[in-house]
Design a protein around this ligand. Structure first.
Ligand SMILES: NC(=O)c1ccc[n+]([C@@H]2O[C@H](COP(=O)([O-])OP(=O)(O)OC[C@H]3O[C@@H](n4cnc5c(N)ncnc54)[C@H](O)[C@@H]3O)[C@@H](O)[C@H]2O)c1
Length: 329
């Protein structure tokens, strides 16, 4: 009999790629989403597939699913700074109440649960690169604290369910991941640069551009998550690409890739924007026998091809998410 997996955040960037992967592996996939930052377009191709089912639901409310479940992947959460600054309370709720609801469901169904944590748990790190043993440097009351602290709480409650109830849990600390189906206007640097290039605007670098990032292509990320789910490792594990680049150099790469004639312009750095981010993936190499395979050059080409395929209307919409319908007051 095929296994059943519930994927929350299924209409989002990573959730939709996870749905594709588990459908391809022959699983019965139940996608759950309230579409607050997700898009129907990301899962449209799955709706006609018999072993895919979509449930529209807000996971901060009680979650009930009929029948048995073997696995749960909890990926529902606003994930880009633009989103979680606009919907800070929903962000805190989905990481805390939402995670609690899903852990309860996992316990009731005797399912294994993997939760999506983030490199943001390291805050503006004082240790470089970041190993899983580093406890982080987070400003609890800064504007980004809503995301970082929700994710830190999420890790704590997950470990508590593991220790107290003996639940089978997995925690992935995801570092910047990119690829097709990212939202053009979600404020993350790759869609931001590519959108600006396609619209014929200057590329905006915040700060002096010496801050560094490392970008993991989505196929590599999904493979890491897949391996972690089927491993027997219950502690947090970093999945990301350790190849680091300064934002300034990255902007220059994008200028070359897109052949834009525009300039790179500099604006003040936002509050609590981390200066450095680089995963130490020693543990993932050892435990999951995993490391990223897709070069930045190839990944960026595929991502740019996706953005080039967007309609003019999508390209010029300033922000296509209206959160108001999704917010319960
Ligand atoms: N993309 C990255 O680089 C990255 C990095 C670190 C962590 N993550 C984590 O991975 C997960 C997915 O991120 P993403 O980039 O795909 O973001 P995304 O915004 O594309 O997807 C998140 C999905 O969750 C849904 N959602 C949000 N709140 C919900 C709720 N209360 N109930 C039901 N559905 C809800 C949204 O509608 C959306 O479809 C998040 O938990 C995020 O924190 C992503």
């Amino acid at each position: 009999m095929s296994k059943t997996i519930l994927i929350t955040g299924a209409a989002g960037f990573l959730g939709s790629h996870l749905c594709d992967r588990f459908i391809a592996q022959g699983f019965e996939v139940i996608g759950m989403d309230n579409f607050i930052t997700g898009d129907h377009k990301n899962i449209k191709h799955l709706l006609a597939i018999p072993n895919f089912k979509l449930i529209e639901h807000d996971v901060t409310e009680f979650v009930n699913v009929q029948g048995h479940l073997d696995y749960i992947l909890h990926f529902a959460s606003p994930a880009s700074p633009i989103d979680y600054l606009k919907i800070p309370i929903q962000t805190l709720k989905v990481g805390s109440l939402g995670t609690h609801n899903l852990l309860g469901l996992a316990k009731a169904k005797k399912a294994r649960i993997l939760i999506a944590s983030t490199s943001e748990v390291y805050g503006d790190p004082l240790v470089h690169p970041q190993t899983e043993a580093y406890y982080g440097n987070v400003n609890t009351i800064g504007p980004r604290g809503v995301y970082d602290e929700a994710k830190r709480f999420q890790e704590s409650i997950t470990m508590a369910y593991h220790r107290f109830h003996g639940l089978e849990t997995r925690i992935v600390r995801i570092f910047n991941t990119y690829g097709p189906r990212m939202r053009l206007n979600d404020g993350r640097v790759i869609p931001a640069f590519m959108g600006q290039a396609l619209r014929g605007e200057d590329l905006t670098v915040f700060g002096d551009g010496t801050q560094t990032r490392s970008f993991c292509y989505v196929d590599d990320q999904i493979e890491g998550i897949y391996r972690l789910l089927f491993s027997d490792y219950a502690y947090p594990i970093n999945i990301g690409n350790p190849h680091e680049i300064s934002i300034k150099d990255f902007a220059e790469e994008i200028v070359k890739l897109t052949s834009t004639k525009q300039e790179i312009v500099y604006k003040p750095l936002p509050v609590d924007d981390p200066m450095q981010r680089q995963p130490d993936i020693t543990l993932a190499r050892k435990i999951l026998n995993w490391e990223p395979k897709v070069s930045r050059e190839d990944g960026m080409k595929k991502t740019f091809a996706y953005f080039k395929g967007l309609s003019k209307e999508e390209l010029f919409k300033s922000e296509h998410k209206d959160f108001t319908n999704h917010i319960k007051r």
